[in-house]
Design a binder for this molecule. Structure first.
Ligand code: SF4
Length: 293
């Protein structure tokens, strides 16, 4: 039997203090991710965090593991590359709604239909926070923001519904005001074999004065508390995905076991690509390296 090493929570805490505004929802997500990693006994060497650009995308700097703060909207693409290079890593993408559901939307959809074994934690605050309060892809209709002073005229994206119809095999929603519940959902996503979306209500206390902690606290309820909810039924999950007001479900909406992209790719049968011979001689390898430098 494998020996399980209990690691203290501090194992996952960076020496870099988060620079988010006091009260930002992202603090709860960071704590939930630490708890999830501890719960799964993950060695930090096996975790790779990837982010794009935005307040929440600073998270990999505040978590003690490997990580990369990549380009705006490209976190899923970078994470896909990392996972394909070493599919034994736990690759977790952490970012915001503007980054992932706006500029990065194409990467997001294609990663889901491939069912890559990635966990995507989206800190959804329904606003662009880093750029000081413009409407994002999840800003609700009518919301007055810096870029929509007369009210947003666009419909918001529904990320969990989109995930359900795009092939994600683990679709969940959490709230940063419930970090222990969120930690369970994130742990479930990391241990799930396939693409996991965890969309998190993570209030921006500085620029979103509508979707606040009290606003969510009055509305969210846990699917786990609803008797008879079947998270293996995609039709039930879709119905839940469209519930919004007066009550909003959080928890695991949907989970299914399907072959992942990595399961189906013949090149991985011989182990992670990083451990396989390059197939080029040393001279050609050096030439390639010089060309890319
Ligand atoms: Fe958080 Fe909003 Fe401050 Fe950014 S601007 S750190 S999202 S509270």
């Amino acid at each position: 039997m494998a020996t399980v090493i209990e690691l203290p929570l501090e194992t996952y805490q960076s020496i870099v203090e988060p620079d988010w505004c006091p009260g930002c929802g992202d603090f709860g997500v960071l704590r939930a991710l630490e708890i999830a990693a501890q719960k799964l006994h993950l060695p930090t060497k096996d975790i790779f965090l990837v982010s794009g650009i935005g307040c929440s995308s600073n998270l990999p700097g505040f978590f003690h593991a490997y990580g990369i703060h990549s380009l705006h909207g490209r976190a899923v693409a970078v994470a896909s590359g990392a996972k394909l290079a070493n599919h034994e890593l736990h690759v977790v993408i952490t970012g915001g709604d503007g980054d992932g559901y706006g500029i990065g939307l194409g990467h997001f959809v294609h990663a889901m239909r491939r069912n890559l074994d990635l966990t995507y934690v989206v800190m959804n605050n329904q606003i662009y926070g880093l750029t000081t309060g413009q409407a994002s892809p999840t800003t609700t209709k009518g919301h007055k923001t810096k870029s929509t002073p007369r009210g947003n005229v666009e419909l918001p994206i529904n990320p969990v519904a989109l995930a359900l119809v795009s092939g994600a095999t683990y679709v969940a929603r959490g709230f940063s005001g419930e970090p222990k519940h969120l930690a369970d959902i994130i742990a479930g996503g990391i241990s799930h074999h396939g693409f996991a979306l965890v969309d998190v209500f993570s209030p921006c206390v500085t620029y979103n004065k509508i979707n606040t902690y009290p606003w969510f606290k009055q509305r969210v309820y846990k699917l786990e508390d609803e008797q008879g909810y079947d998270s293996s039924d995609v039709q039930s999950a879709l119905r839940k995905a469209f519930e919004w007001d007066p009550k909003i479900p959080i928890g695991l909406l949907y989970k299914s076991e399907e072959a992942t992209y990595e399961d189906c790719e013949p090149a991985f049968k011989r182990g992670p690509l990083v451990n396989q011979p390059l197939g080029v001689d040393e001279g050609l390898f050096q030439d390639l390296m010089e060309e890319f430098y």
